[in-house]
Design a binder for this molecule. Structure first.
Ligand code: PMP
Length: 427
C-alpha cells in the first residue's frame, strides 16, 4: 500500500523534531503537509503515490543538470566500485581543487568541507585568525548557515519561521556581529568609519537567495570590496547558492569583483553533501596544518562527492549551458509576469541567470529586505498550494529563491505557465 505524505509526516513527527531534518521542509509558513518524495528524474520529482511535480527547488539549487543525470550517477557508481571513502588524501580531491581554482581566479587554494554551514563558519574563523580581529559584518535577510555568529537577523528558514535570531546563541558571540541592510552602501561606509580597525570580515551573498532572490545594486559589491581593502578586512563572498549557478564562475565572475575568500556548497557536489571555502593563498596558508587556524573534517573531500561534483563541472563548462539556463528562466519569469498582468495581480519577478524570485507585491524593483517583507505572503501560500496541486513544486516559502535546470524543457515551462494561469485565476 502507498504510504501517503500525511501518514509519513505523522510517523516522522514521533521520531524527528517537527518531522523534518531541516526546518523549511515542514511547510510551516505555507501550511499543510509536506510532500514526501520517493524518486526523481530530469525536471521531475515523484511523491510516494508517484505523482510527478516539475521541480523548481532542485534540492535547493545543486541539480543544475536536472535530477539523476546519467553522467552524475555513472560517476558515483564508478567510484562506489572502488571505495566509499578513506579519511586520507585522494587524487580526486586535487582534481576538484584544481578545477575550482581554474574557474574562480580569486581562489588560489581551497579546502573541502561537508556543508555550506561548515564552509562559512570556517571561512569566518580563518578571517578572524588572519586579521586578529573579532567583528564580522553581515546583512539582514542573508543566510550563511546556522553557525552561532551568523544566526543574527538571518534569512531562509530562520526568516520563514520568524526566528531570524536564534535562542541558544550566546550574547557575547552576537556582540561581535554587525548586521547592516543589504544594498545599502552608505551604511557600510558609516560602519567602517566607526569600527574599521575592529572588523575582521564582511560576509555577503553576492546575489541574495535567502530572502527570495535579490540582486546586488550597482556599486554595492564594489563598495564592500573598497571598504575591506581600505580597512584591512577580509571580503567573503558566500556563493553557496549562487556559485556555478548565476554564472559558471559565480557572482564574482558575473559582476567582476574579487573577494578574498569564497564559500561554495551543495552545487559543487552535484547534490552530494559538500561545501568548500577558498581564496587568497596568503590567507588560506593560515589554516592548519600550514598555519595555526584549526579546521578539520573526517569525511571532508569524500570521493563519492568529489566524483559527482567533477562530473557535473565537466558538463557545466560546455558552451551554451548558461545561455540555455538563463533563457529558460527568462521564459518562465516573463511568462509568469504576463499571466499576473492578465489576472490583474500585483506581482514581480527577479532573476539572475537561472536563479529567480517571485513576489506577490505592489513593490517594484525589489532590492531591499524591507521591500521583500511587504509581499503578500498569504497570496503566495495560496499560489504555492495551487501549483502543488497542479504538479509544480516551488520552494515552500515566500522567502526562498527558485532554480532552473538543463533538464527543464520548453514544454515543462509551458506546462508550468498553464498551471499558473489556472491558479492565478483563483487568487
Ligand atoms: N550559505 C548560503 C548562501 C546558503 O544558501 C546556505 C543554505 N542554503 C548555506 C550557506 C548553508 O548551507 P548548508 O545548508 O549546506 O549548511
Amino acid at each position: 500500500m502507498t504510504k501517503t505524505s500525511q501518514t509519513l509526516f505523522d510517523r516522522a513527527r514521533q521520531f524527528i523534531p517537527g518531522g523534518v531534518n531541516s526546518p523549511v521542509r515542514a511547510f510551516k509558513s505555507v501550511g499543510g503537509t509536506p510532500v514526501f518524495f520517493n524518486r526523481a528524474n530530469g525536471s521531475r520529482i515523484y511523491d510516494t503515490a508517484d505523482k510527478a511535480y516539475i521541480d523548481y527547488v532542485l534540492s535547493w539549487g545543486p541539480m543544475i543538470l536536472g535530477h539523476n543525470a546519467k553522467v552524475i550517477t555513472d560517476a558515483i557508481k564508478q567510484q562506489l566500485d572502488k571505495a566509499i571513502g578513506f579519511g586520507a588524501p585522494t587524487e580526486l580531491e586535487i582534481d576538484m581543487a584544481e578545477k575550482i581554482c581554474q574557474l574562480y581566479p580569486a581562489i588560489d587554494q581551497i579546502r573541502m568541507v561537508n556543508s555550506g554551514t561548515e564552509a562559512t563558519m570556517s571561512a569566518i574563523r580563518l578571517a578572524r585568525g588572519y586579521t586578529g580581529r573579532d567583528k564580522l559584518v553581515k546583512f539582514e535577510g542573508c543566510y550563511h548557515g546556522h553557525a552561532d555568529s551568523l544566526l543574527v537577523k538571518a534569512g531562509s528558514g530562520a526568516l520563514t519561521l520568524g526566528v531570524p535570531t536564534s535562542p541558544g546563541v550566546p550574547a557575547a558571540v552576537v556582540e561581535q556581529t554587525i548586521t547592516l541592510t543589504y544594498n545599502d552602501s552608505d551604511a557600510v561606509k558609516r560602519c567602517f568609519e566607526e569600527y574599521g580597525d575592529e572588523i575582521a570580515c564582511i560576509i555577503v551573498e553576492p546575489v541574495a537567495g535567502n530572502m527570495n532572490c535579490i540582486p546586488p545594486e550597482p556599486g554595492f559589491l564594489e563598495t564592500l570590496r573598497e571598504q575591506c581593502s581600505q580597512h584591512g578586512a577580509v571580503l567573503i563572498f558566500d556563493e553557496v547558492m549562487c556559485g556555478f549557478r548565476v554564472a559558471l564562475n559565480g557572482a564574482q565572475g558575473l559582476y567582476g569583483i574579487t573577494p578574498d575568500l569564497t564559500t561554495l556548497g551543495k552545487v559543487i557536489g552535484a547534490g552530494m553533501p559538500v561545501g568548500a571555502f577558498g581564496g587568497k593563498r596568503e590567507i588560506m596558508e593560515h589554516l592548519a596544518p600550514t598555519g595555526p587556524v584549526y579546521q578539520a573534517g573526517t569525511l571532508s573531500g569524500n570521493p563519492l562527492a568529489m566524483a559527482a561534483g567533477l562530473a557535473m563541472m565537466e558538463e557545466l563548462v560546455k558552451p551554451g549551458v548558461y545561455e540555455q539556463l538563463t533563457a529558460r528562466t527568462t521564459q518562465l519569469t516573463e511568462g509568469l509576469q504576463a499571466l499576473a498582468a492578465k489576472h490583474r495581480l500585483p506581482f514581480q519577478t527577479n532573476q539572475v541567470g537561472s536563479m529567480f524570485g517571485l513576489f506577490f507585491s505592489e513593490e517594484t524593483n525589489i532590492r531591499r529586505y524591507d521591500q521583500v517583507m511587504k509581499g503578500n505572503t498569504e497570496r503566495f501560500n495560496r499560489f504555492f498550494h495551487g501549483m502543488l496541486e497542479e504538479g509544480v513544486y516551488l520552494a515552500p516559502s515566500a522567502f526562498e529563491a527558485g532554480f532552473m535546470s538543463l533538464a527543464h524543457s520548453q514544454e515543462d515551462i509551458e506546462q508550468t505557465l498553464a498551471a499558473a494561469d489556472k491558479v492565478m485565476a483563483s487568487l
